[in-house]
Design a protein around this ligand. Sequence first.
Ligand code: ADP
Ligand code: MG
Length: 150
Amino acid sequence: MEHLAAGLAATLRPGNAVLLAGPLGAGKSTFARALLRAACGDASLDVPSPTYTLVQTYDAPGLVLHHYDLWRLDGPDSLAELGWDESRAGVVLVEWPDRLGALAPADALRITLEPEGDARRLTIEDGRKPSFFEKQKPSAAPHLRQPGAL
Ligand SMILES: Nc1ncnc2c1ncn2[C@@H]1O[C@H](COP(=O)(O)OP(=O)(O)O)[C@@H](O)[C@H]1O
Ligand SMILES: [Mg+2]
């Protein structure tokens, strides 16, 4: 999963939205942590779950990422107070994306995690252009630029 998260991190561009769907304990925060560590180029980066703060911001080389956990969100109106519109200039990573309601970006990269015993089934639906499955321009982050990063 860390390799996949790093591969996805290399395809992230300002304005991208990554939606992490799945039930409690599915591995959304674990996936977000691996992706943020890869994006920041720091394998031991502290990535707390934003369960209470609802959002944590990371200044990665060439990219700002905002990690949201909307489990405790009161309603889509509260998103404005969290700086949702401003954060869309960078990358947003969203746990419990169903809470976004009408604010859910249509061109998102959606990752669904489902527990299957000790393993996880992971589904990727990429509405971005170009998508994860197409040839990418090099990442703005120097450490994600080398061939074979994917
Ligand atoms: N790919 C995986 N395979 C097996 N266990 C995993 C995987 N990803 C996460 N877990 C385990 O599932 C538990 C819950 O993970 P977490 O990321 O906090 O879930 P969520 O954010 O979806 O509630 C953790 O104990 C974690 O070690
Ligand atoms: Mg979580």
